[in-house]
Design a protein around this ligand. Structure first.
Ligand code: PGA
Length: 255
């Protein structure tokens, strides 16, 4: 049985004092969950988040990194730097990074490899645009993105990669994929992994859904056969809402 992993993606939000307060309030609300809880915070909050999350079951991740280890890359942060302060996870290839910062499948692959070389666990984002969806290209796009992101990894590394399927039209829009559509897309990603790395590897890869996840839809999504939790943006900024998503099993499905 795969576990469920619920990761918050704060994007460019929250200051250190807000980070400390948030984690202090969240910790008791999620302490009994069986699900894994991750908060991916801005670089400037990482250190405070890591200190505050000590002795809790909340894990901390970054939202991006450079693929080089060090050098003349003004403004960039490397996997080695993240690892040095005990960051465990890093989001790679979020659609906002692909769209606004010109990240490509090739840089995503380089970053995934650099993350593993430095002992970080990558959360790799894939997803189709509305245009691609309407042209019936969803499956082709997301399986290609997955294949290219994982190219050259060992079976063990693939097993330790978290994939977040995030249809771009559902991010921050309040529109969510239906649970069936999300599950089918995730199945397609899993089948591609099975084809390239074998069924055993594919069965153990965590594949999340992301895109307007909230406390009122988390349960129906996360209970689907292939959806192993979620990557949550807007709804991860409020303690109460995020704790309900982490504890989704306790939510009434119709509230
Ligand atoms: P959203 O963002 O939950 O606000 O739609 C998800 C994401 O971008 O990871």
């Amino acid at each position: 049985m795969r576990k469920k992993i619920i990761a918050g993606n704060w994007k460019m939000n929250k200051l250190p004092n807000e980070t400390i307060n948030f984690i202090e309030e969240l910790a008791p609300l999620v302490k009994s969950t069986q699900n894994e809880v991750i908060l991916c915070v801005p670089y400037t909050d990482l250190f405070y988040a890591l200190l505050t999350a000590q002795n809790t079951n909340i894990k901390i991740g970054a939202q991006n990194m450079h693929f080089e280890e060090s050098g003349a890359y003004t403004g960039e942060i490397s996997a080695k730097m993240l690892k040095a302060i005990n960051v465990e996870y890093v989001i790679i290839g979020h659609s906002e990074r692909r769209q606004y910062f010109k990240e490509t499948d090739e840089t995503v692959n380089k970053k995934v490899k650099a993350a593993f070389q430095n002992g970080l666990k990558p959360i790799v984002c894939v997803g189709e645009t509305l245009e691609q969806r309407e042209a019936q290209k969803t499956e082709e796009i997301i399986t290609n993105q997955t294949e290219l992101a994982l190219e050259g990894l060992t079976d063990e590394q693939v097993k330790n990669t978290i994939i977040a399927y995030e249809p771009i039209w559902a991010i921050g829009t309040g529109k969510t994929a239906t649970k069936e559509d999300a599950n089918n897309s995730i199945k397609a990603i899993r089948n591609k992994i099975a084809k390239n790395y074998g069924q055993k590897v594919a069965n153990s890869v965590i594949i999340q859904y992301g895109g307007s996840v909230k406390s009122t839809n988390a349960k129906e999504l996360f209970e689907m056969s292939d959806i192993d939790g979620g990557l949550v943006g807007g709804a991860s900024l409020k303690v109460d809402e995020f704790s309900k998503i982490v504890n989704f099993e306790n939510n009434n499905s119709n509230n």
